[in-house]
Design a protein around this ligand. Sequence first.
Ligand SMILES: Cc1cc2nc3c(=O)[nH]c(=O)nc-3n(C[C@H](O)[C@H](O)[C@H](O)COP(=O)(O)O)c2cc1C
Length: 408
Amino acid sequence: MDSALKRKNVLLGISGSIAAYKAAEIVRLLRKRGAAVYPIMTKAATHFVHPITFQALASQKVTLELFDKNKEMRHLSLPRLADLLLIAPASANVIGKMASGIADEILTTIVLATEAPVVIAPAMDHGMYKSPILQRNISKLKAFGYRFIGPEKGDLASGEVGMGRMTEPSEIVQYLEELIQSRDDFRGKTFLVTAGPTRERLDTVRFFSNYSSGKMGYALAEEGRWRGAKIILVSGPSSLTPPGGVEFYRVESAQEMYDTVMSKFPQVDGVLMAAAVSDYRPARRWQNKIKKESREKLVVELVQNPDILKELGEKKANKILVGFCAETKDLEKEARKKLITKGLDLVVANDVTLEGAGFEVDTNIVTLIDGQGKKEALSRRSKREVAQKVWDKVKQLTEVRKISREMA
Ligand SMILES: Cc1cc2nc3c(=O)[nH]c(=O)nc-3n(C[C@H](O)[C@H](O)[C@H](O)COP(=O)(O)O)c2cc1C
């Protein structure tokens, strides 16, 4: 079978690390799989390996300068043709510049200009790797959807053993192959994603709501689109910018979210309900601002909102339904209960009392439990990485369903 990399244009950024020599092997392996490779080297990288090595292996001119003598605008032409940008080895310096949006030479300018997936294979001494600044830069890039492979623990150029060794070329190339394949995971499929809180109006200026920021749902929408799905994003109030290329609906109350979700439901293959929908709303809505002078005490009666997830579970037939479960105690018990009572295929459970999990923060600590009761607990990671895991699981569930339908 042909490699998914066949006829793909791969930009290979090489930065100033001792591991630069391993990039030569990456070029060889990529070409073996049929990819066209366009090497781009930082000035520091040329101290480690001569550009002629890459030119010969790639059969392509190596891009070295932003301000090219021939006035070629490679910082624009290369990003446009790219199917993938791999930076291997990625120095701490290049990672730092990318995390800050700096584009002061050819490689980082291309990173900013490209819409292709960017994969980063860091390589450095373990002292540099442990630096909290570098770690923060990596987290920041992950949150933007940049993929990282490695580094690994092993022998370092300093003679010591530690974290920082670049992942082996063969593993990197295999990762790229799988990544390119995953771009087609949901091609032709439509998924609805909900995000953010809902607001339940009390009077003209006040409402009941919760701390949800929308970050988890927006990350799911971005990742789903990245893997080829058509995404309908229904979001409660959030300060986030809707991801490009999604069909976007902004709603306010649980009732509005219910109406929008139900109207779109017939046309989708699945729903990922990441929104934190208010269970209750005030039974009465005051027409004007409630004045405190007029009353000593204010008693507000709350009534239940429609249970969107439960109704979807009853109607879903062959559609995939993913629910989120934010709890403050008995997480697993509550998650399993939700899985059954709402007819879910997958529940993503998180304890919102843990540091680095739940509302407003950029990371999450979740446990995935599927319809068969199979559990996978994930360590703390960016919401975008959690989204990747959730879509991996949705893909598995879709495949299992397809197989059982074919056998029936
Ligand atoms: C012998 C030697 C080896 C180096 N190895 C690495 C490395 O593995 N990783 C890294 O981040 N920096 C390494 N550096 C430092 C970078 O080359 C330096 O930060 C440089 O400015 C990176 O430039 P660039 O990011 O534009 O390629 C090394 C420097 C020297 C002199």
